[in-house]
Design a protein around this ligand. Structure first.
Ligand SMILES: [Zn+2]
Length: 67
């Protein structure tokens, strides 16, 4: 419920720079990976092969909310 309409979610994927776990975030029209430690954005596409269940749920929500 808490994550239902959230614009970000914790994932288990490590940041390529510092290895801290990244968040997946979204704007109104795109999703991306974000490291709170580096405060950097990363292209989501690069992480699709390693997608975890948190990312999967987040993206499902994103696309099902689209009109
Ligand atoms: Zn980082």
């Amino acid at each position: 419920m808490f994550w239902g309409s959230s614009r970000e979610k914790q994932t288990t994927l490590p940041c390529p720079v510092c290895a801290e776990k990244m968040l997946i975030k979204r704007t109104c029209h795109e999703a991306y990976m974000y490291c709170g430690h580096c405060q950097k954005k990363f292209d989501l596409k690069a992480f699709i092969p390693q997608m975890d269940s948190a990312m999967e749920e987040f993206l499902e929500n994103l696309y099902s909310n689209r009109i």
